[in-house]
Design a binder for this molecule. Structure first.
Ligand SMILES: [Zn+2]
Length: 138
């Protein structure tokens, strides 16, 4: 079982936030997603993840997604976080059950809830995941 806990804003967010928010807001009213990767110089870069999406779901576009992973491997980029958006006036700022799969890519996640069609109303939450393995012998 994966648990996502709210954590403080990381120091790298201020350097990358305008790129990330511009991309996520430009996809309104569809959800979108991305990777935050660290290059060999320690710089954090944002890469949008190609997805098929609606206002409440997204799925990887595998044909475009896999080459992106090869590129990261070739360049020795480290995936340090995933990011995705939730859409709508009541956009929940909580990780959904489907979002738990994002733990497979990185234990850190940035969730941006975009509530307004003008895309000027959003808020950002930062999560860190932990995996719990239940002991059935209890
Ligand atoms: Zn989600």
């Amino acid at each position: 079982m994966i648990l996502w806990n709210n954590v403080a804003e990381p120091n790298w967010w201020k350097y990358i936030s305008s790129n990330v928010l511009y991309y996520l807001c430009s996809n309104f009213p569809r959800e979108s997603a991305g990777f935050l990767v660290r290059d060999l110089n320690g710089e954090v870069c944002f890469f949008p993840i190609p997805v098929f999406s609606s206002s409440d779901h997204f799925y990887w576009d595998v044909e475009k997604f896999v080459p992106l992973l090869y590129f990261f491997h070739k360049e020795k980029y480290e995936i340090m976080a995933t990011v995705h958006s939730h859409i709508g006036d009541k956009a929940p700022a909580q990780m959904s059950t489907a979002d738990h799969l994002l733990h497979e890519w990185a234990s850190f996640h940035v969730l941006v809830s975009i509530s307004h069609s003008r895309s000027t109303e959003y808020f950002v939450k930062f999560y860190s995941s932990q995996e719990f393995i239940f002991n059935n012998k209890l």
